[in-house]
Design a binder for this molecule. Structure first.
Ligand code: A2P
Length: 331
C-alpha cells in the first residue's frame, strides 16, 4: 500500500506545493526522494515533520531510488531527459511540463474529466497546462449536456504560473524594481504574452490550450481560439470562456449541469456580487464557475467565468490526484 515517491523540482514553486498536497491528502508515501538541480543538492526540505536531503537529479540517484511514482515539475528539458529514465526503472512519471503532453503514447489527464485515459500509460502521464485544466473541468459537463462546437478562451493568468521568478517580478515590481523574468513590468500592468510567440502570432500558451483541450475532451473537430494574458495577481488564473454548442442552451440548464459536476463550485449570484475571484480560489482544489450567461449574438451561445488556483488544481493537486487514481487511494 505504501509507495516510494519522488518529486523532481522539489525546491520549485510547484514542487513544494506537490509536497504540501501529498501530505494534506495523506497520499501513502512510504519513502520520499526529493530531486532538484546540483545547485540545491544537500539542502533540507521538511515533509510530514521529517527532514529530507535534496538529491542531485542524475541517473545513478534515480536507479538507487527505484520509486513507484515520480512527480515532475522542473521544466521541459529536465522531463525530456529524465522522465524516460524513471519510466525505464519501473516508475510512473506524472509530468507537469509540456514536453510529453501531445505525444500519442502519453495520456493527458484531468481526473474529473478523462480518468480512464490514465490507465493507458506506458510509464509517463502528462499533467495538462494550468489554464487548460481549469477550463476542461468546467467545460466537460457542458460538453456532455449540449455538445461544444466552438470555444473562445481569454485568460487572466497569475504570475506564479511563471515560477518563483515570476512571483518575484510582481513583488519587486511594486517597488519599481525592473523585471527579471517577464519582458516588461508586470506590476500595475497586463502582458498579452505567455510563453514564446510562434510564427503565426499566437503564443505557445495559446496553442497549448487549443491542442490540449481537444486531446482531453477527445474531439479533434472542436473549433477553438485563445488569447492568454499575464495579470498582476499572485495566485489564481481567471478565464472568460465563450462557448457555442450544437444543442440549445439556457443559463438555467447550464447552471444545473455545472452544479452536478465533479470538482466544480458554482459561484453565481450577480445580484449579490457573487462571482469567482482569484483571492477566493487560492488554496482550494476546486474550479469555481460563475457569470453564466446566454450569448445571444450566436445560436446556442454561452459565456462563463472560470477561476482556479493555478499552482494547486492547475498543477500540483491535479498531479497528486492522478497518482491517487492509479493507486486506487482516493477519488
Ligand atoms: P533548483 O532549485 O535546484 O534550481 P521554479 O519553476 O519554481 O523556478 O522551479 C523549478 C524547479 O526545477 C526547481 O526545483 C529547480 O531546482 C528544478 N530544476 C531546474 N533545473 C533543473 C535541472 N537541470 N535538474 C533538476 N532540477 C532542476
Amino acid at each position: 500500500m505504501y509507495k516510494k515517491v519522488a518529486v523532481v523540482g522539489a525546491t520549485g514553486m510547484v514542487g513544494r506545493m506537490m509536497l504540501k498536497v501529498l501530505a494534506e491528502r495523506k497520499f501513502p508515501v512510504g519513502e520520499l526522494y526529493l530531486f532538484a538541480s546540483a545547485r540545491s543538492a544537500g539542502k533540507t526540505v521538511t515533509f510530514g515533520g521529517k527532514d529530507y536531503t535534496v538529491l542531485e537529479l542524475n541517473e545513478q540517484n534515480i536507479k538507487r531510488a527505484a520509486v513507484d511514482y515520480a512527480l515532475f515539475s522542473a521544466g521541459g528539458d529536465v522531463s525530456d531527459k529524465f522522465a524516460p529514465i524513471f519510466a525505464n526503472c519501473g516508475a510512473v512519471v506524472i509530468d507537469n511540463s509540456s514536453r510529453w503532453r501531445m505525444d500519442k503514447n502519453v495520456p493527458l489527464v484531468v481526473p474529473e474529466v478523462n480518468p480512464q485515459a490514465a490507465f493507458e500509460h506506458h510509464g509517463i502521464i502528462a499533467n495538462p497546462n494550468c489554464s487548460t485544466i481549469q477550463a476542461v473541468v468546467a467545460l466537460k459537463p457542458l460538453h456532455d449536456a449540449f455538445k461544444i462546437k466552438r470555444i473562445v478562451y481569454s485568460t487572466y493568468q497569475a504570475v506564479s504560473g511563471a515560477g518563483m521568478q515570476g512571483y518575484d517580478d510582481l513583488k519587486n515590481g511594486i517597488n519599481n524594481e525592473p523585471p527579471k523574468k517577464f519582458p516588461h513590468p508586470i506590476a500595475f500592468n497586463i502582458l498579452p504574452h505567455i510563453d514564446v510567440f510562434t510564427d503565426d502570432g499566437y503564443t505557445k500558451e495559446e496553442i497549448k490550450m487549443i491542442d490540449e483541450t481537444r486531446k482531453i475532451l477527445g474531439d479533434r473537430t472542436l473549433r477553438i481560439t485563445a488569447t492568454t494574458a499575464r495579470v498582476p495577481v499572485y495566485y489564481g488564473h481567471s478565464e472568460s470562456i465563450n462557448i457555442e454548442f450544437y444543442e440549445p442552451v439556457t443559463r438555467r440548464a447550464a447552471l444545473d449541469a455545472l452544479k452536478s459536476a465533479k470538482g466544480v463550485v458554482v459561484c453565481d449570484d450577480p445580484q449579490n456580487n457573487v462571482y469567482p475571484m482569484p483571492l477566493d480560489a487560492e488554496g482550494r482544489d476546486e474550479v469555481f464557475v460563475g457569470r453564466v450567461r446566454e450569448d445571444r449574438s450566436v445560436e446556442n451561445g454561452l459565456n462563463i467565468w472560470v477561476v482556479a488556483d493555478n499552482i494547486r488544481k492547475g498543477a500540483a493537486s491535479n498531479a497528486v490526484q492522478i497518482a491517487e487514481l492509479l493507486n486506487g487511494s482516493r477519488q
